[in-house]
Design a protein around this ligand. Sequence first.
Ligand SMILES: CC(C)(COP(=O)(O)OP(=O)(O)OC[C@H]1O[C@@H](n2cnc3c(N)ncnc32)[C@H](O)[C@@H]1OP(=O)(O)O)[C@@H](O)C(=O)NCCC(=O)NCCS
Length: 282
Amino acid sequence: MKIFLDDERPSPEGWTLVRWPDEVIALLQSGTVEELSLDHDLGDDERGTGYHVLLWIEEAVATRGFRPPRIRVHSANSSARQKMEAAVGAIYRLASDPPGDGKGPAAGESMDIRRASEDDLAAMLVIFQAVVATGDTLPFANATDEDVFRMQWFGAGEIAYVASVGARVCGMYKFGANYPDLGSHVASATYLVSPSDRGKGIGRALVEHSLAQAEGAGYLAMQFNYVVSTNTVAISLYEKLGFSIVGTLPKAFRHRRLGLVDAHVMYRFLGGHDLEPSPLKP
Ligand SMILES: CC(C)(COP(=O)(O)OP(=O)(O)OC[C@H]1O[C@@H](n2cnc3c(N)ncnc32)[C@H](O)[C@@H]1OP(=O)(O)O)[C@@H](O)C(=O)NCCC(=O)NCCS
């Protein structure tokens, strides 16, 4: 079920209106909640706010392995909303931690990269939410919902892959043509690794895999349209794999902590096409 916590607004169609945090928590404990949309101020602070629900979820995720539902914040109180979105980010980061030591692939475990299916969607969305919650690499807001995500990752023209260790999805990428028709010989891709699995070679493996896939599919080049200039791990990884910064968009990204920062366009040819005088066949 979809739960809408509010004291004034009517619930959208398909959502169940709930008035108080303790009622939401009881429903969460019953395991029936798939999606949650939270207001902050509920008219009686003694009975708690939407933020208290997030504190309960965070504690349950951290201490009991509780699997959080998809969470949105619809409060109009901007400072409360910021605080709540930070809490949602923390919840998704905690939830994307693997069981065990939380340090990614254990000795003897191997990582596999395979085509993503709809069965992977929930795990992919958790990673996506954890990444966008930081507001420092991708241009999306916190509350990207499942339908938007599905369209972006499984929509027409997009091919998505996941990196998994055992049954656990720890990273993903998608690629497709950067532009249609006369620009369709240039691919573009997006990569995300779960925060708890970074620095273990998964990102590099995903980029290398995507280059091979794009080349195999006949693309002539790969272009990244919007690499945030402060995302030094991504930039140096791309440069090590043959990409160059071919342009910089001044102040094109509104970094959550740093304000307006530049974004780079990065580009590389595939399959030696840069060596050919006229790479495009008639
Ligand atoms: C960019 C991203 C995909 C890299 O994934 P990753 O699994 O951490 O990357 P890897 O472990 O393969 O490391 C890639 C390189 O960066 C280096 N690196 C990784 N983390 C680093 C860190 N914190 N500081 C310095 N270097 C680091 C590694 O040493 C590695 O270099 P090497 O291949 O020469 O050894 C990941 O950080 C991510 O998901 N970021 C958020 C989303 C994002 O920015 N996507 C790209 C948008 S353009």
